[in-house]
Design a protein around this ligand. Structure first.
Ligand code: AP5
Length: 222
């Protein structure tokens, strides 16, 4: 594949800022953003049997079973746009078995980004998060308020964004995170996610710029 085809994974606790950073990364680097949670919410919206089953797990803050998630993500990674532009995989893999499956399918990332955020900040971010159903943009009532009254009036909240549900989502995260991290130790970039989103992005942007330059050098295109 061409050097500009970066393959990136981003992980972190619920509401650590994965989706927010993905917006900034795709804007600059043009990668295809593939979010496991978004694929699942689209499946729920379609009214399919898989969607109904997935929702039961998501409401409990648990991982959706692999037989629903694994093929869904694999198929999206194999779409022509992902293959042509490179991809940014968000919220996947979340367990050792998902990481192993990816490896078996031949998907090797160049960089594994881990957003590190303190727990009390995570809860505040979840409770204040809002989504614009028209543009898909992520807002926060305090940290990223909507630009206009019109947008403010149509914002929605996710069904799993309550303080009670985020505690369950955090538990699930803690149960699985170490095993996933151990698979990508040599390509992991730990990022301080407690700071404003522009400062989080600056850390990621630095690493991506270097990676991009390295790939150009090794492929001899400079
Ligand atoms: P998913 O949709 O992936 O949810 P999550 O991991 O809990 O992550 P979030 O989307 O809640 O947060 P985020 O990190 O993207 O933060 P955001 O940028 O929005 O998964 C949902 C469910 O689906 C799971 O519980 C599970 O059931 C299932 N699922 C998903 N993947 C799966 C898988 N691989 N296998 C099995 N099941 C799976 O930011 C949060 C808020 O903070 C926003 O309001 C934002 O504006 C604000 N904010 C962001 N950055 C900053 C900052 N730096 N400073 C201040 N505010 C900020």
């Amino acid at each position: 594949s061409k050097p500009e085809h970066l393959k990136i994974m981003i992980s972190g606790a619920p509401a650590s800022g994965k989706g927010t950073q993905c917006e900034l990364i795709t804007k600059k680097y043009g990668l295809v953003h593939i979010a496991a949670g978004d694929l699942l919410r689209a499946e729920i919206a379609s009214g399919s049997e898989n969607g109904k089953r997935a929702k039961e797990y998501m409401e409990k803050g648990q991982l959706v079973p692999n037989e629903i998630v694994v093929m869904m993500v694999k198929d999206r990674l194999l779409q022509p746009d992902s293959q042509e532009n490179g991809w940014l995989l968000d919220g996947y893999p979340r367990s050792l078995s998902q990481a192993t499956a990816l490896k078996e399918f031949g998907f090797q990332p160049d960089l594994f980004i881990v957003l590190e955020v303190n727990e009390e900040i995570l809860v505040e971010r979840v409770v204040g998060r809002r989504l614009d159903p028209v543009t898909g943009k992520i807002y926060h009532l305090k940290y990223s308020p909507p630009e206009t009254e019109e947008i403010a009036a149509r914002l929605t909240q996710r069904f799993d964004d309550t303080e009670e549900k985020v505690k369950l989502r955090l538990q699930t995260h803690h149960q699985n995170v170490e095993a996933v991290l151990s698979m990508y130790e040599d390509i992991t970039l730990k990022v301080n996610g407690n700071v404003p989103k522009e400062d989080v992005f600056a850390q990621i942007d630095d690493a991506l710029t270097k990676l991009f330059e390295d790939q150009k050098l090794t492929s001899g295109s400079l």
